[in-house]
Design a protein around this ligand. Structure first.
Ligand SMILES: NC(=O)c1ccc[n+]([C@@H]2O[C@H](COP(=O)([O-])OP(=O)(O)OC[C@H]3O[C@@H](n4cnc5c(N)ncnc54)[C@H](OP(=O)(O)O)[C@@H]3O)[C@@H](O)[C@H]2O)c1
Length: 287
């Protein structure tokens, strides 16, 4: 990957950090896009090769715009990895529910703002939890119904797959060679399990991580596979072992809801409205 520019969101921790280290070891120039620069620098210090830390808060659209505006030149890989899982109900500066904002809307805006630079792939990290998600177009941001943290996480991770499907459809329609792919890590021992704000959940998370989870390096393998393996657009990679929770990566299935192109198009349109960011590529003019 010598000479390839790679951006990874949330690369200071967990599977993003492991993927960033692997790409840097393979010769890529890796940008760690993180909300806490000190944490980013600490992670970069553990990596070989060429790394750079840049600030990006996906839960703040002004930060996303600032990050994208500062990017110049080619981008081989954009890895939409950062995520937050089951926090207490939180609203972002833009007024969105935190999980939908961070996991989906921030990456939606980032991708479309950077897309003209991308030469290779956009990889978005989803989760097996997409299976219990539902896109509630009447209340995407949990303003009218009682907040259910796990349902909100599932909605955001289903949105990741619908986003990938619609992005690939649009790329194909404009004749682009860029691929949109997705991955999920199974169950990996990271910091993801410690945002609930409840001590008992954190304790259960710590026990589960210790006894059941694979390492962050194992959890990064589907991301790396989705980024470099010879696979078609809109592929979904996950662990090939026990119940898709661990093991070597392979292409995996998805819930029917994640392949519903009507929902994918509608979610795209709503995401454009909410973020004010549009798909930037136009169909080539007929000569
Ligand atoms: N671990 C698993 O078993 C598992 C399973 C399924 C899917 N996933 C997915 O894998 C991805 C990576 O998670 P992980 O397990 O590696 O968890 P992690 O160790 O908690 O890493 C998450 C990363 O996202 C960053 N992040 C959170 N909010 C952000 C924001 N507003 N702006 C920028 N960065 C932000 C975090 O930054 P801070 O360090 O500053 O918080 C951290 O770097 C997520 O999309 C998650 O949904 C993980």
């Amino acid at each position: 990957m010598t000479g390839a520019n790679v951006i990874i969101t949330g690369a200071n921790s967990g599977i993003g950090r492991a993927a960033a280290r692997a790409f840097a070891a393979a010769g890529a120039s890796v940008v760690l896009a993180v909300r806490d620069s000190a944490k980013g620098e600490a992670a970069a210090a553990t990596m070989p090769g060429r790394t750079e830390v840049r600030r990006l808060d996906l839960a703040d659209l002004s930060s996303v715009r600032e990050f994208a505006a500062a990017w110049h030149g080619q981008l081989a890989l954009l890895i939409n990895n950062a995520g937050v899982m089951v926090p207490p109900l939180t609203r972002t500066a833009d007024g969105f529910e935190l999980q939908f904002a961070t996991n989906h809307l921030g990456h939606f805006a980032l991708t479309n703002l950077l897309l003209e630079h991308v030469s290779g792939r956009v990889v978005t990290v989803s989760s097996a939890a997409h299976r219990y998600g539902r896109i509630d177009f009447d209340d995407l941001n949990w303003e009218r119904k009682p907040y259910k943290a796990w349902r909100a996480y599932g909605q955001s991770k289903l949105a990741n797959l619908l986003f990938t499907a619609e992005l690939q459809r649009r790329l194909t329609a404009v004749g682009s060679d860029v691929l949109a792919t997705a991955a999920h890590p199974g169950y990996a021992s990271t910091n993801l399990q410690f945002h609930s704000g409840r001590r008992i959940s954190d304790l259960l998370g710590a026990i589960g991580n210790r006894l059941l989870a694979q390492s962050e390096e194992g959890g990064a393998l589907p991301t790396i596979y989705a980024a470099v393996a010879d696979i078609p657009g809109n592929s979904f990679a996950g662990p090939g072992g026990f119940m898709e929770q661990r093991g070597a990566p392979k292409l995996v299935g998805r819930a029917a809801a994640a392949a519903d192109m009507d929902t994918a198009r509608r979610l795209w349109d709503v995401s454009e409205e909410l973020t004010g960011v549009r798909f930037p590529l136009l169909e080539p003019a007929v000569a």
